[in-house]
Ligand binder design. Structure first.
Ligand code: GUN
Ligand code: FE
Length: 429
């Protein structure tokens, strides 16, 4: 097939130095890794005589998509009719997450979760489990079965939610430590420290999260920040000494290059500077921001600042409305349109692969087709539906093809998904 991979973020549509595209490309896979990549003839020369060759022409081969913020216990929350974030949380999300106290329910949903990731070509996700340790156990056990590289955490939350969804500062600390001991580094699993957000954690619990972050400085940290105006006001009333919402997290040592802040829509200049200076990541969740009416994320503005803010993109299922990272970038594009900005297709696919991998400090393993990295790949078909096939007739460039896939594509455009070198989704028997 044809292969596309990024080296760095494209500066413009004409910036061909940022990516590598082979019109007659090939990959050699062995033991879950990419061993060689490049022009077909050069790769063929390195392949053993008996290597099995799969012809993906005319499709496009890319690194698997990465979703940097998704809620595994919200698969049955998706599409819930609500006015805004806080109503949505209280009416639908918290009651559903209570069900994850049942191991059998968590295990059943975990199977569906990984099926959907693979169907949509998402090979790595950064997930929130529920407050219950057993939900994290179910998640990581299923990830190991599939041999997928996943980042996830048991949610810490000890107030402002139903009783069945609350831990305590001590429980949140102890159970997170237990999850780390049991799962971090097992298979391809990474554990993230996961205080849900400032509204559902007491200052005592935030201190417990701070202690975990200090004890395990290599772990990711994930939480929510500045998603909705009412959420911001409520947060500031709960933390009256903080200069602003971002300052709440800064005061507990939770900012840094491995910290992922979901949404981060309504940040002041001071907060943007603080994000930039600490290397923290603003996670853009376009379908969720539109679905919950949260606001328009100023992606281009944050990226081109003198002090740029690091950005990743994500589905935020079940506030988000699609598992597809193609649908996600289509909505991201439309949000920039409304802000009078333009997101070019190369920029979009950079975010889905190398950009998100860099945001996770995992680009040595995923997000590229570099030899030595994990063989997590997808094969995309721009003519996956009758309407796409018709449009594909007039496509004349790589950027047109990428844009068609982004604008009209979803799981149907993902013909194959390879996880650690194995075909997890395939049309071939
Ligand atoms: N803020 C706190 N929890 C959540 C959640 O589950 N989804 C979203 N979108 N925002 C949140
Ligand atoms: Fe979220």
């Amino acid at each position: 097939g044809r292969t596309l991979t990024f080296r760095r973020r494209p500066l413009s549509m004409d910036d061909t130095q940022a990516y590598a595209y082979e019109t007659d490309g090939a990959l050699l896979l062995r033991d879950g890794l990419i061993v060689a990549s490049g022009a077909y003839n050069a790769v063929r020369e390195q392949a053993p005589e008996d290597a099995v060759e799969i012809d993906h022409r005319p499709h496009l081969i890319l690194p698997g998509f990465i979703d940097t913020h998704v809620h595994f216990p919200q698969m049955q929350v998706i599409g819930s009719y609500a006015a805004n974030l806080l109503e949505w949380l209280n009416t639908y999300t918290f009651p559903e997450e209570c069900r994850f106290v049942e191991t059998a329910h968590a295990q059943r949903i975990a199977v569906h979760f990984f099926d959907e990731m693979i169907r949509h070509g998402t090979t790595t996700a950064v997930a929130y489990c529920s407050v219950h340790k057993t939900s994290a156990d179910a998640f990581f056990a299923e990830a190991m079965k599939r041999d997928m590289r996943m980042v996830a955490g048991k949610v810490m939350m000890d107030r402002n939610a139903p009783q069945g969804l609350l831990d305590t500062p001590e429980m949140g600390y102890d159970e997170t430590r237990a999850v780390i001991a049991q799962w971090h580094g097992k298979g391809r699993n990474h554990v993230a420290i996961t205080p849900r957000f400032a509204i559902t954690s007491t200052p005592e619990q935030m201190s417990a999260a701070q202690a975990l972050a200090a004890e395990f400085p290599d772990l990711h940290i994930q939480t929510h920040l500045s998603e909705n105006r009412d959420e911001i006001d409520y947060t500031l009333s709960l933390y009256p000494d903080a200069a602003d919402y971002t300052d709440v997290y800064a005061n507990y040592g939770l900012m840094g290059p491995k910290s992922l802040f979901g949404h981060a829509i309504h940040l002041s200049e001071r907060e943007r500077d603080a994000m930039s200076e600490t290397g923290s990541i603003a996670v853009h969740c376009p379908t969720s921001n539109l679905f919950l009416g949260s606001g328009l994320f100023p992606l281009k503005e944050l990226a081109r600042r003198e002090k740029p803010v690091r950005i990743s993109v994500a589905s935020d299922i079940g506030g988000g409305s699609s598992y597809s990272m193609l649908r996600t970038m289509d909505e991201a594009y439309k949000i920039q349109q409304l802000l009078g900005e333009r997101l070019n297709p190369f920029d979009s696919y950079y975010y889905l692969t190398l950009g998100n991998a860099k945001a996770l400090s995992l680009s040595e393993r995923i997000g590229t087709l570099e030899p030595g990295t994990d063989a997590d790949l997808i094969v995309l078909d721009m003519a996956a539906t009758p309407a796409m096939a018709l449009k594909a007739e007039v496509v004349t460039s790589l950027s047109d093809e990428l844009f068609l896939l982004q604008t009209m594509g979803d799981d149907r455009a993902v013909v194959e998904t390879y996880v650690a070198g194995r075909a997890a989704k395939t049309k071939l028997a």
